[in-house]
Design a protein around this ligand. Structure first.
Ligand code: UDX
Ligand code: UDX
Length: 469
């Protein structure tokens, strides 16, 4: 079967870029991305490409090429489902904030709503592709809804799992040249195999077939959670060592380099930081932990949960170090944050370490002054409000956003680097220093800056994982 019309439900960080690249690489396929959020769809359709709702290097070019040709963004969900022969589900699956599994399990209500909508609308056979990261065995729930809640017409559904491995900030690159594409499906039936081949042949337009893996659905679902758990575990492992380095006089970057050259370990994901963030790592590990607990595997659950415990500790310890270094009080002191996004080259702030560090400092009545090249002020307020530690008014009184890094740092007692944006390296650090309160403290939570040069200027520096001999 040749796919002619694709519909993707969910025009977020995953759905938007993924569909844009599919459309660019497969001009013979019509791709419609739908979302219930009208503002988001309007932004995807904006003539001004700098207004796309997702900031990703290179994405504007891809959208420019395909939009209006075979890539469409729309709020007409039913219509797009009806027309499509393949439907990607790419809606969000936040951690549950209520009931059983609260704070841990994935909230699948949006997924279920999508499945019910697909069942209601469909008049012809469909291949339904799970793009959202889901707990293991969700596909069977989707299948059951699709098979049992139809509109009376005799429609057949095949469910595939096709987890997304793109990282934000490099989404376009990752989509164009993925390490692998994973397609999980019903390998036991002819119909299942045909559906898998239909999806494989979409990717085969630009990815070589030996990079496209096919597995059963459960392996595919579990592989996504496992990949994120392994990556996050590496960050927590190196962050655990960063604290030991600080105590012993070792340097975590030197340790990372030394171990990374062992080809069995490899050099990637060994950058010590103020803690990992992003929409996936914490959520996916919590999911894994919850699934393990559900099966009574408490040692397995505890093992993975420790990755999160370590990450929480790293964020808290960074904040506490600022407080204790500033003579145990930050009350009324301006502390400048360089960076708010969870990593560079994205405007995404979900679970960003900066939010948690700010929260600790705001509790100590500090004035937190933030500059981030891509994050909007309202987003910052929404992020701290989300933690529910203080009232919205208190957050607005304590936190302020700046359009200019020099203004943010003016009269500050300390600068804290929370995101590794390249532009921070190019600042006139002498000028920043001159305008600060003295002693001028600098806390580099990303190991980004040249500490020797800054110390030369006069800054009192702390760099994560760097011990004083
Ligand atoms: C989401 C999931 O969080 C992730 O686990 C998965 O791998 C891919 O999808 P992301 O694209 O980053 O990631 O989420 P988000 O940017 O929140 O986009 C989801 C979109 O779905 C939103 O624009 C939302 O409006 C839309 N949505 C949600 C619907 O269109 N219909 C719904 O019923 C629910
Ligand atoms: C991750 C996975 O990499 C991707 O495959 C999956 O599809 C979604 O989740 P993402 O969250 O976008 O992608 O970014 P990633 O580059 O993995 O970074 C996650 C967090 O870890 C960031 O806060 C980053 O700053 C931090 N990190 C990463 C480190 O602190 N040190 C490192 O060495 C690498």
């Amino acid at each position: 079967m040749k796919v002619k019309n694709i519909c993707c439900i969910g025009a977020g960080y995953v759905g938007g870029p993924t569909m844009a690249v599919i459309a660019q690489k497969c001009p013979q396929i019509n791709v419609t991305v739908v979302d219930i959020n009208e503002k988001r769809i309007a932004a995807w359709n904006d003539k001004d490409l700098s207004k796309l709702p997702v900031y990703e290097p290179g994405l504007d070019k891809v959208v420019e090429e395909a939009r209006g040709r075979n890539l469409f963004f729309s709020t007409a969900v039913d219509e797009a489902i009806d027309k499509a022969d393949m439907i990607f589900i790419s809606v969000n699956t936040p951690t549950k904030t209520y009931g059983k599994g609260k704070g841990m399990a994935a909230d699948l209500k949006y997924i279920e709503l999508c499945a019910r909508q697909i069942a209601r609308v469909s008049k012809s056979d469909k291949i339904v592709v799970e793009k959202s990261t889901l707990p293991v065995r969700t596909a069977s729930a989707i299948k059951s809804i699709l098979d049992n809640t139809g509109n009376g017409s005799d429609v057949k559904f095949q469910i595939l799992s096709n987890p997304e491995f793109l990282a934000e900030g490099t989404a376009v690159e990752d989509l164009l040249a993925p390490d692998r594409v994973l397609v999980g499906g019903d390998t036991s039936t002819e119909e299942g195999k045909e559906a898998m081949e239909a999806l494989v042949s979409v990717y085969a337009n630009w990815v070589s077939r030996d990079h496209i893996l096919t597995t059963n659905v459960w392996s595919s679902e579990l592989s996504k959670l496992t990949a994120n758990a392994f990556l996050a575990q590496r960050v927590s492992s190196i962050n655990a060592l960063s604290e030991l380095c600080e105590k012993t006089g070792a340097d975590v970057n030197e340790v990372a380099r030394a171990i990374g050259m062992d080809s069995r370990i490899g050099p990637k994901f060994l950058k010590s930081s103020v803690g990992f963030g992003g929409s996936c790592f914490q959520k996916d590990i919590l999911n894994l932990v919850y699934i393990a607990k559900t099966y009574g595997l408490s040692e397995v659950a505890d093992y993975w949960e420790q990755v999160i415990t370590m990450n929480d500790h790293q964020k808290r310890r960074f904040a506490h170090n600022i407080i204790s270094t500033l003579f145990n009080t930050v009350s009324g002191k301006k502390i400048a944050f360089l960076g708010w996004a969870f990593k560079k080259d994205t405007n995404d702030t979900r679970e960003s370490a900066a939010i948690y560090v700010a929260d600790e400092l705001l509790n100590e009545q500090s004035n937190v002054a933030v500059y981030d090249p891509k994050v909007e002020e309202e987003q910052m307020y929404a992020d701290v409000d989300y933690l529910n530690t203080r009232t919205s008014e208190e957050n607005r009184a304590g936190l302020s956003a700046y359009q200019d890094p020099y203004e943010a740092c003016k009269d500050a007692h300390a600068i804290a680097v929370l995101t590794e944006w390249d532009e921070f390296k190019t600042y006139d650090w002498q000028k920043l220093y001159d305008q600060m309160q003295k002693p001028a403290f600098l806390f580099d939570g990303r190991g980004l800056l040249n500490i020797e040069e800054l110390e030369e200027i006069g800054f009192v520096c702390y760099k994560i994982g760097s011990g004083k001999e």
